[in-house]
Design a protein around this ligand. Structure first.
Ligand code: MSP
Length: 508
C-alpha cells in the first residue's frame, strides 16, 4: 500500500520559528504517529521556503548572503522540531537541487503546453505576503500609497510594472469546481468549502508566476532575466519531495495549512497539478490561528511565542497537549500562559497524574507491584467500551478533529477516577484482598489503554506512564478491539509497577 503522505506548509525563513509554525507541524506529527501506531506506512514532510524578495531582504538586513542566512534559520527549524518530539520523515528546502530541478522542469513543461505565457504585469506586490494585488483590491493609504488588503497585513505595497510570465489559472475554474463536487473531502473542514467555491465561481484570473527584479529564486528556464514567483516555486515542494523519494508517494493524502494560505493550496495548487497532468491531493485542510494573550502576534509588538521558552516551563508534552485540547483544529483561539497553566494543573497534574499515582500506589499495596498474567472474568471498567472508544479516537484524529479525540480521552480518565472512588479498593481490601487486586489490575489495564491513546499527543509522557505501570508499548491504537479478551489484555511477561516522580508536577 502507498504510504499515507502528510505535509505541512514549508515555512518562510525570514524569522525564527514560533508557536504558529509549531502548531501545524505538531498536528501533522500527531496524525503521523497515530497512523504509525496502527502499523500504517506514513510519510510526513515539512521544510522551509527559502526564495523570494522577503528572504532576500531579511538576509541583506542580517548582512549575510541569502544562502548563509537560509542555512542558519533552516537549522533552527530542524532543531526545534526535534526538541518538540516531532518526527518528520523528510525535510525539504527550496534551495536544494531536487526542488529547484522540479521547479525548472514544471515551469518548462507548462511553457511548452501553453499553460504559461509571457505578458506584462501591472499592479501591486506585497513583499511580506509575497502576493500580487490588482489596484482595485488594494486599500488606500497615507499620501496616495496603496496598502495590502490582507487584514492581518495592511503594509504598503510595491507598485510593479514589468514583463512577466502568467499561469493560465482562468482555464481551470470548471475543472476545479467539478473536482470539489466529486471529492467533498478535498476542501476541509467543510466550513471552508463554500468560500473557495464562491471564489472560483466568481471567475479566475491568470496569475503572474515570475518576477523580473527578484534575483534570489529559480531562474525561468530559457529566460534568465526572470525568476520564478516564490509561491509557484514553493507549492512544488510537495511534489519535488515525493518524486525524489518514491514514485508511489504522490499524491499527498493531506496538506495541512493555516487558513491564510488556503486559497493557494485549494485553488492555485490543484490547477497547477491539473496542468502538469498529476493527481490531486486527497484533502487540503485549513486550521485556524492563534492570538497570544488576546493579541495578534506581530513584529511590532514583539510578542511571538517561542515554543522553547514555553516548553522550558511546562514541558514538551504539556505544550503539545494544550495546543490541541484548548481549541478545535479549524477554529481560532487564544494562547495564554494562564490558560496553559490552568489546563496543566487540571487535566494533566490532577486528572491524569492522580489516576496514575493512585493506580500505582494501590498496585504496590494490593498486588505487591506485580501485574497478574491475565485479567479475571470480572470486568470492573467496561473493557469493551474502552475498546470501542479506541476506534472512535483514532477516527477523530484521522479526521483531524484532535480536540474531540482529547475530550473523549479525558472523559475516560474522569470515568476511571470516579470508578476508583466508587469501587474504593482500600475498603474492599479490608474483607477481600483478592477482589481489591482485581479492581486495581483492571484500572491498570485501563491506564495502559489511555497510555496508548495519549502517545501521539504526548510521546514522552506516554513512555513514562508505561514504565511506571510496567506496560509495553501498545502496538496499534485502533486495533485494541483485538486485545480485549482477558488473555490478550496484559503483556506476556508484565513488568512491575513502580513508584515514581509525578508525571506532571503541579505548578504553583
Ligand atoms: N512559505 C509559506 C507557505 C508555503 S507552502 C507551499 C508561508 N510560510 S509561513 O512561514 O508564513 O508559515 C505559514 C504557516 O504558519 C501557516 O499556514 C500556519 O500553518 C502557521 N502559522 C503562522 N502563524 C500562525 C498563527 N498565529 N496561528 C496558527 N498558525 C499560524 O506562508
Amino acid at each position: 500500500m502507498k504510504p499515507f503522505y502528510i505535509t505541512t506548509p514549508i515555512y518562510y525563513i525570514n524569522a525564527a520559528p514560533h508557536i504558529g509554525h509549531a502548531y501545524t507541524t505538531i498536528a501533522a506529527d500527531i496524525l503521523a504517529r497515530t497512523l504509525r501506531l496502527q502499523g500504517r506506512q506514513v510519510h510526513f514532510l515539512t521544510g522551509t521556503d527559502e526564495h523570494g524578495l522577503k528572504i532576500e531582504k531579511a538576509a541583506a538586513e542580517a548582512k549575510l548572503s541569502p544562502k548563509e542566512y537560509a542555512d542558519g534559520i533552516a537549522s533552527q527549524f530542524r532543531d526545534l522540531w526535534k526538541a518538540l518530539d516531532i518526527q518528520p520523515d523528510d525535510f525539504i528546502r527550496t534551495t536544494e537541487p531536487r526542488h529547484e530541478e522540479t521547479v525548472r522542469s514544471a515551469f518548462a513543461a507548462l511553457l511548452k503546453s501553453g499553460d504559461i505565457y509571457k505578458g506584462r504585469y501591472r499592479g501591486f506586490y506585497c513583499v511580506s505576503d509575497e502576493t500580487f494585488w490588482t489596484e482595485k483590491e488594494t486599500l488606500p493609504g497615507p499620501g496616495g500609497a496603496k496598502l495590502c488588503p490582507n487584514p492581518d497585513c495592511k503594509r504598503p505595497l510595491e507598485r510593479v510594472e514589468e514583463e512577466s510570465y502568467f499561469f493560465k489559472l482562468s482555464r481551470y475554474g470548471d475543472r476545479l469546481l467539478s473536482h470539489y463536487d466529486a471529492h467533498p473531502e478535498f476542501l476541509s473542514p467543510s466550513s471552508r468549502a463554500s468560500e473557495m467555491k464562491n471564489f472560483v465561481k466568481a471567475g479566475l484570473q491568470d496569475i503572474s508566476v515570475s518576477r523580473a527584479k527578484v534575483k534570489w529564486g529559480v531562474p525561468v528556464p530559457g529566460d534568465e532575466s526572470h525568476t520564478v514567483y516564490v509561491w509557484f516555486d514553493a507549492l512544488l515542494n510537495y511534489l519535488a519531495a515525493a518524486d525524489s523519494k518514491d514514485a508511489s508517494l504522490w499524491p499527498a493524502d493531506v496538506h495541512i495549512v493555516g487558513k491564510e494560505i488556503y486559497r493557494f493550496h485549494s485553488v492555485v495548487w490543484p490547477a497547477m497539478l491539473m496542468a502538469l497532468g498529476r493527481k490531486l491531493p486527497g484533502k487540503v485542510f485549513a486550521h485556524g490561528w492563534w492570538t497570544v494573550e488576546g493579541e495578534k502576534m506581530s513584529k511590532s509588538k514583539g510578542n511571538f511565542v517561542d515554543p522553547l521558552a514555553v516548553t522550558k516551563d511546562f514541558g514538551v508534552d504539556a505544550f503539545r497537549f494544550f495546543l490541541f485540547r484548548e481549541m478545535p483544529f479549524g477554529q481560532d483561539g487564544d494562547f495564554s500562559i494562564a490558560s496553559l497553566k490552568r489546563r496543566y494543573n487540571a487535566d494533566l497534574a490532577n486528572d491524569l497524574g492522580n489516576l496514575l499515582n493512585r493506580a500505582s500506589d494501590m498496585a504496590i499495596r494490593y498486588l505487591d507491584g506485580a501485574i497478574p498474567e491475565s485479567l479475571g472474568e470480572r470486568d470492573f471498567i467496561e473493557r469493551e467500551k474502552m475498546a470501542q472508544l479506541s476506534s472512535a479516537i483514532s477516527n477523530a484524529i484521522e479526521g483531524l478533529d484532535f480536540s474531540s479525540a482529547l475530550a473523549t480521552i479525558w472523559s475516560e480518565i474522569g470515568r476511571l477516577n470516579r470508578l476508583v472512588n466508587e469501587r474504593a479498593p482500600w475498603e474492599v481490601a479490608k474483607t477481600d484482598r483478592e477482589k481489591a487486586g482485581e479492581i486495581v489490575a483492571d484500572i491498570l489495564w485501563g491506564l495502559r489503554v489511555i497510555g496508548s491513546w495519549i502517545e501521539p499527543f504526548m510521546p514522552a509522557a506516554a513512555a513514562k506512564l508505561r514504565s511506571r505501570i510496567g506496560s509495553p508499548r501498545m502496538p496499534m491504537l485502533a486495533k485494541l478491539g483485538d486485545q480485549r479478551r482477558p488473555q490478550d489484555a496484559l503483556p506476556q511477561s508484565p513488568g512491575r509497577v513502580s513508584k515514581g516522580e509525578p508525571l506532571f508536577p503541579r505548578k504553583a
